[in-house]
Design a protein around this ligand. Structure first.
Ligand SMILES: [Zn+2]
Length: 309
């Protein structure tokens, strides 16, 4: 058994067919974890769809109505870059419920992992780059409304800048946003995060880890969040079709261990979401996300040992 819960639902799949966004990856991650006996069936929790009331803590009623009725304009559909369908909207509501649940479980168990979510390009009044609803922002606002947390930090390691996160929390001093991404890539413009680490093309493992570690530690020490939401993109991978960085599978796993170890060393809970991944071979994307979950397991076990001594 894992020392924390994995949040997953078969209906996370957006059923996009032959789209660059491999939304079947969620199912493949779950299957791989079980097939390789990394986890047991009892490690999983199924989420409920997010409540509209919670989605509306971040998004405009106009955008929610458009998503629910399919009344997107052509421009809105082109910006979203995935076709609108009832299944897609249900999957997004479900994944958002999953991130809320991951946040709650993280507060109890130290970690909570949603095998989905990380839709960091979604804005209050529109969707962008495969992201219709900003699940992490919804979860943060819900936990704040519950009085469960006061301050949150978002650590976003997707290869693309977290523009939705930055736009939503730009004026909100209770949320610290850190994005490490390829500068010369989507999206443009990039509204400022609290800390933006703009990387040149082709950055590899060692340089990436060096650039990330100090601002991460400084942010954690100075801001002292009540929870960290990790947006763990698989797309800084060297074989990614939409990314231009050069991290290896091992470097990506090291990135996850670094973030989890630094956060948990300070006793701060971590809620994990997955975000993007467009490797030429979808099983590489699956492997990177599986490794994120195993990194959480390893760090969780280590912090249990420390606590016991
Ligand atoms: Zn991405």
């Amino acid at each position: 058994m894992l020392p924390f819960k994995l949040i997953y639902h078969d209906n996370y799949d957006l059923h996009l067919g032959a789209h660059v966004f491999p939304s079947q990856k969620y199912r493949l991650i779950q299957e791989t974890l079980l097939r390789e006996k990394r986890v047991e069936a009892e490690d999983f929790l199924a989420p409920e769809p997010a409540a509209d009331e919670d989605i509306l803590r971040v998004h405009t009623s106009e955008w929610v109505r458009k998503l629910k009725t399919g009344a997107l304009t052509l421009t809105e559909m082109m910006r979203l870059e995935i076709p609108h369908s009832k299944e897609m909207v249900e999957a997004v509501w479900l994944a958002t419920g999953g991130t809320v649940l991951a946040g709650r479980r993280a507060l109890e168990d130290g970690f909570g992992v949603n095998i989905g979510g990380g839709f960091h390009h979604a804005h209050p009044d529109h969707g962008e780059g495969f992201c219709a609803v900003h699940d992490v922002a919804v979860a943060i606002r819900r936990l704040v409304a519950d009085g469960a947390i006061e301050k949150a930090m978002v650590v976003d390691t997707d290869v693309h800048h977290g523009n939705g996160t930055a736009a939503i929390f730009g004026d909100d001093t209770s949320v610290f946003t850190l994005s490490i991404h390829q500068e010369n890539n989507y999206p443009e413009p990039k509204p400022p995060s609290t800390v933006d680490l703009h990387l040149p093309d082709g950055v590899g493992d060692a340089e990436y880890l060096r650039i990330l570690s100090r601002p991460l530690r400084k942010g954690l020490d100075e801001f002292q969040p009540d929870i960290v939401f990790y947006v763990g993109g698989a797309d800084p991978y060297c074989e990614d079709m939409l990314g231009g960085l050069a991290l290896t599978l091992e470097g990506l796993a090291e990135r996850d261990r670094l973030v989890f170890a630094e956060v948990r060393a300070r006793g701060i809970p971590v809620a994990v979401t997955l975000a993007g991944g467009y490797a030429r071979n979808v099983m590489d994307t699956v492997r990177i996300h599986v490794n994120t979950i195993l990194a959480a397991r390893d760090v969780a076990r280590k912090s249990c040992l420390h606590a016991a001594h």
